[in-house]
Design a protein around this ligand. Structure first.
Ligand code: 9D3
Length: 259
């Protein structure tokens, strides 16, 4: 998959290519990253990329012309790609959205700075608008990197072991179970006995029960949505009942009770 990123801060993307899963995928040719700086497309002698907003107010707005020229250059190099603008006003992404985005041949990602971009860029060039959550960041670069990381790790061959991506927390719609490694005892805290039993059936049931129980406790919203699409079978219902019964007083964090 090919990514073309429009950014005033192309150096920030070295975080992706320096080390880790994404860096390996880039080196193996599983994904490609191309960076386009609107400043290189600014036509005036001062290479301006921002100006004051019409109507007044604080902050600056990214100018139409350098952005449009950078997007046009990226489009010519990646004609199959759609343009996505990272913005707090965008569609909030979740794992289901990322899974769908991973099917595209490529994306042109527009990372904004300042207060935002001239609205006419959106009207003329942008196909999709994405947010990574309801909190305020100082630009679209980190969101672009977050989205690329989430997509690239799904691409065939990006992870060492093929199983890990689809067994992930959120892929199943449930939170992950707890994990333990050596040593068996740390400051008096023992590894749960079942994990040392060698009984693979019992271990799988315990992990599934922990995933169900932790999702019920911490993310009842997630459990409700997941079970709406894919209801718990009899065995899963029993695992969750046993988890809840083993913890007197436990209730979902939100305190939500079904009406
Ligand atoms: C504090 C400035 N805000 C005006 C009241 C508007 C604003 C403009 C630009 C807020 C944030 C940003 C920069 N953020 C992004 O470019 C961004 C973002 C985010 O801040 N949160 C979640 N997802 C995203 S995607 C891009």
């Amino acid at each position: 998959m090919r990514f073309d990123v429009i950014t005033l801060f192309p150096q920030q993307f070295r975080i992706l290519s320096d080390e880790g899963v994404v860096a390996r995928a880039l080196n193996r040719g599983i994904a490609e990253l191309h960076l386009w700086n609107p400043r290189d497309y600014a036509s005036d002698p001062h290479r301006r990329v921002d100006d004051r907003p019409y109507g007044g107010g604080p902050g600056m707005v990214m100018l139409f012309e350098p952005l449009a020229a950078a997007i046009a250059a990226a489009r010519a190099a990646a004609p199959q790609a759609q343009v996505a603008y990272l913005s707090p006003q965008g569609q909030p992404l979740d794992q289901a959205a990322i899974n769908a985005l991973a099917q595209a041949p490529g994306w042109i990602l527009l990372a904004g700075r300042y207060e935002g971009i001239d609205e006419r860029v959106l009207e003329q060039y942008v196909d999709q608008e994405w947010s990574i959550g309801d909190y305020v960041l100082s630009g679209g670069e980190l969101p672009a990197m977050v989205v690329m990381d989430a997509i690239i790790r799904l691409l065939p061959g990006a992870l060492g072991h093929a199983r890990s991506a689809c067994e992930d927390s959120h892929m199943s719609g449930l939170l992950d179970c707890p994990h333990f490694s050596r040593p068996e005892v740390i400051n008096g805290q023992r590894v749960p006995e079942v994990l040392l039993s060698g009984d693979h059936g019992a271990i799988a049931r315990w992990r599934h029960q922990q995933a169900l129980g932790r999702t019920w406790l911490r993310r009842p919203d997630l459990l409700a949505r997941t079970t709406l699409e894919n209801p718990l079978d009899k065995q899963e219902q029993q695992l969750l009942r046993d988890f809840i019964q083993a913890r007197p007083g436990a209730a979902p964090d939100s305190g939500e009770i079904d009406p």
